[in-house]
Design a protein around this ligand. Structure first.
Ligand SMILES: Cc1ncc(COP(=O)(O)O)c(C=O)c1O
Length: 359
């Protein structure tokens, strides 16, 4: 069997152990004579899966009891609308603009509320995380929205801003479960699954329970957090297979030692690549040192005409999907939880070789 090192930003690689477990269980899940895909979402077997998935996620992230965990659909992009529709009180919110995904979140929210951009790094092409000072936050804002990890630009918040009494909402799509976080600092966390959780189609929402039940009248039933909270994420048919794979990923994470161990691994992997980039005269990281992501690492080479040659030669060595996002160019290595250290070491070995050949 040939497996490559897949550096895709999303959907991204999943742990091989998880794929193998799913494969072994696929045609006949727990002697039901069916696969998980064929199980009723109201069956006892699926109830066990979704209950266990939630339990494991709570354990891994140390989610306090006054938070609900919702398994929904529509991707993180749907949350761009769900958040303002559910949290609207005074009809205005503060957003930190750190890149393409923040911009999309702001654009969508503007359809429902007044959006105030309280900090931005657009002046330098989103290569850093701007400071968010408490004094710039409107105490009357319904919430402050941040994108904790900017998948395209390769930046991440090293410190979570203190928003006082104003609820903090985070799009954590590309760094959820990558390191230990204090959930109680956030009021809402949402993430599309297709990076660190499982397959595309599942979205996780973690929300403080006092914020549920206040959706504005125009909020569609399927976007109302109360709908999913009341029904245990079973109001309609949830993405059952996605929830099942997420459960396997959570088991895998727990067995490895949880988020503490995962953070150590992620710091090691990212450290190897950043250290290599720092000493190289050929490659360059466009991101400011204090704003670097552990998950998505963009890098450029002096001659852009060489980008295509780099991608092609990397592919020949089993190093896939290293092309940077079309809005940024260059290369990007996404090294989510499932990427082994070996994957990063192999990438660096290849980069050294390419550098020698093209310097
Ligand atoms: C930070 C961030 N937010 C939002 C999205 C959009 O997610 P989805 O495709 O699940 O709507 C992505 C997708 O890559 C992302 O990286």
């Amino acid at each position: 069997m040939k497996r490559v090192h897949n550096f895709s930003a999303g959907p991204s690689m999943l742990p091989l152990e998880v794929l193998e477990k799913a494969q072994a269980e696929l045609p006949n899940y727990k002697d039901s004579g069916m696969s998980v895909m064929e199980l009723s979402h109201r069956s006892g077997l699926f109830t066990d899966i979704i209950t266990e998935a939630e339990k494991l996620l709570r354990e891994l992230m140390n989610i306090p009891d006054n938070y609900k965990v919702l398994f929904v659909q529509g991707g993180a992009s749907q949350q761009f609308a769900a958040v303002p529709l559910n949290l609207k009180k005074n009809g205005k919110a503060d957003y930190v603009n750190t890149g393409s995904w923040s911009k999309k979140a702001m654009k969508e929210a503007k359809k429902f509320i007044e959006v105030n951009e309280i900090a931005s790094s657009e002046d330098e092409n989103f290569t850093y995380i701007p400071e968010v000072s408490t004094s710039t936050i409107d105490p009357e804002a319904d919430y402050v929205h941040i994108t904790t990890n900017n998948t395209i630009e390769g930046t991440a918040f090293c410190e979570i801003p203190n928003t006082g009494n104003v609820p903090l909402v985070a799009d954590m799509s590309s760094n959820i479960l990558s390191e230990e976080i204090d959930v109680s600092k956030f009021s809402v966390i949402y993430a599309g699954a297709q990076k660190n959780i499982g397959p595309a189609g599942l979205t996780v929402v973690i929300i403080r329970d006092d914020l549920i039940g206040n959706a504005s009248e125009q909020c569609p039933t399927m976007l109302d957090y109360q709908t999913h909270s009341e029904s245990g994420s079973l109001y309609n048919t949830p993405p059952t297979f996605g929830v099942y794979i997420a459960k396997l990923v959570f088991e895998w994470l727990k067995e490895l030692g949880g988020l503490k161990e995962m953070q150590a691994r992620n710091e090691k992997k990212a450290g190897l690549l950043y250290d290599y980039l720092a000493q190289s005269d050929f490659y360059r990281s466009p991101v400011k040192e204090d704003s670097r992501s552990l998950m998505n690492i963009p890098f450029v080479i002096p001659d852009h005409d060489l980008d295509a040659a780099f991608i092609k030669a990397a592919q020949a060595e089993g190093l896939e999907t290293l092309k940077g996002h079309r809005s940024v160019g260059g290369m990007r290595a996404s090294i989510y939880n499932a990427m082994p250290v070996q994957g990063v070491e192999d990438l660096i070995t290849f980069m050294q070789k390419f550098e020698k050949e093209h310097q």
